[in-house]
Design a protein around this ligand. Structure first.
Ligand SMILES: [Zn+2]
Ligand SMILES: [Zn+2]
Length: 234
C-alpha cells in the first residue's frame, strides 16, 4: 500500500466518527441503508478478490476461514456488533466500553491483514482497500455514537477514535513484515480475516428491524447496488 492508501484506511473510521459527532442519529433509515450497502460491497469484494487467492493458496483454507468466522462471533460478544455498524443509543457501562474497545481492536487488526502488499494479494484495482474502508465508516460511526451516548468527554472520544483509526494501518505494516518472515502464518491470518469479513458483512445483510428476513425494496436496491459496484472491480 502507498501512503495515500494508508491515509484512506485511516480516514474512513475518522469520517464515520466525525459524522456521528456532528449529526445526531435521527435519520435511522438512511443509516441502515448505508450499512446494507457497505455490507453488500464488502461481502462481494471478499468473494471476488479474496476467496480465489485464499483457496488457491492452501488446501486447508476452508478451516481457517471457518475459524475466522467463529472468532468474529466471539468478538461480537464483546462489541455487540459495533464492527458491522450496530449500536444501541443508551448509556453503556465502563465494562462494556472496555470489552468493546478490545473486541474492536482485534477485529480491526484482522481488517488490515489482507491489505498487506504481498505478491499473493497483488491487487491493482484497490477494490479490497475500498471495500474495507467503506465498511470502516459505519464502524467509526457506531463507536463514536456509543461513546457519546455513554457520556464520555469529547476529548476522550476523539482520542479513542484516533487510536482506533490507527489499528488497521498498523496491522498492514505488521502483515507486510509477517508476509516476508512467515508466509504460511500470513496466509492463515488472511484466511481468518476472510472468515471475519464473511461474518461482519452478512450479519448486516440479514439484520432487519422486524427481526424477520423481510427487507423492503430500498434495502434490496442498495444491496444490489453494493454487489453491482463490486462486480465492476473485476
Ligand atoms: Zn447487529
Ligand atoms: Zn472492520
Amino acid at each position: 500500500m502507498k501512503l495515500l492508501d494508508f491515509i484512506l484506511l485511516m480516514a474512513a473510521p475518522l469520517l464515520g466518527g466525525f459524522a456521528a459527532m456532528l449529526f445526531k442519529t435521527k435519520n435511522r433509515e438512511h443509516y441502515k441503508l448505508v450499512l446494507s450497502f457497505s455490507g453488500a460491497f464488502l461481502f462481494s469484494i471478499t468473494l471476488i478478490h479474496l476467496f480465489p487467492v485464499v483457496f488457491a493458496n492452501s488446501h486447508y483454507a476452508g478451516i481457517y476461514v471457518l475459524a475466522g468466522f467463529f472468532i468474529q462471533i466471539f468478538l461480537e460478544q464483546l462489541t455487540h456488533g459495533i464492527e458491522h455498524g450496530h449500536f444501541h443509543d443508551h448509556r453503556e457501562n465502563n465494562t462494556y466500553v472496555f470489552a468493546l474497545l478490545l473486541g474492536l481492536t482485534l477485529h480491526s487488526f484482522l481488517d488490515g491483514i489482507p491489505l498487506s502488499s504481498h505478491e499473493m494479494l497483488d491487487d491493482d484495482h484497490h477494490s479490497l482497500l475500498y471495500g474495507i474502508s467503506i465498511h470502516k465508516i459505519p464502524e467509526g460511526f457506531a463507536l463514536v455514537s456509543v461513546l457519546i451516548f455513554s457520556n464520555y468527554k469529547k476529548l476522550t472520544v476523539l482520542t479513542m477514535l484516533l487510536l482506533f483509526s490507527l489499528v488497521a494501518p498498523l496491522a498492514v505494516l505488521f502483515a507486510n513484515q509477517l508476509s516476508m518472515a512467515n508466509t504460511e502464518l500470513f496466509s492463515i491470518l488472511v484466511a481468518m480475516a476472510v472468515g471475519s469479513f464473511l461474518h461482519v458483512s452478512t450479519t448486516i445483510l440479514f439484520e432487519s428491524e422486524s427481526g424477520q428476513h423481510l427487507f423492503g425494496w430500498k434495502k434490496i436496491t442498495v444491496i444490489l447496488l453494493g454487489a453491482g459496484i463490486a462486480l465492476l472491480t473485476i
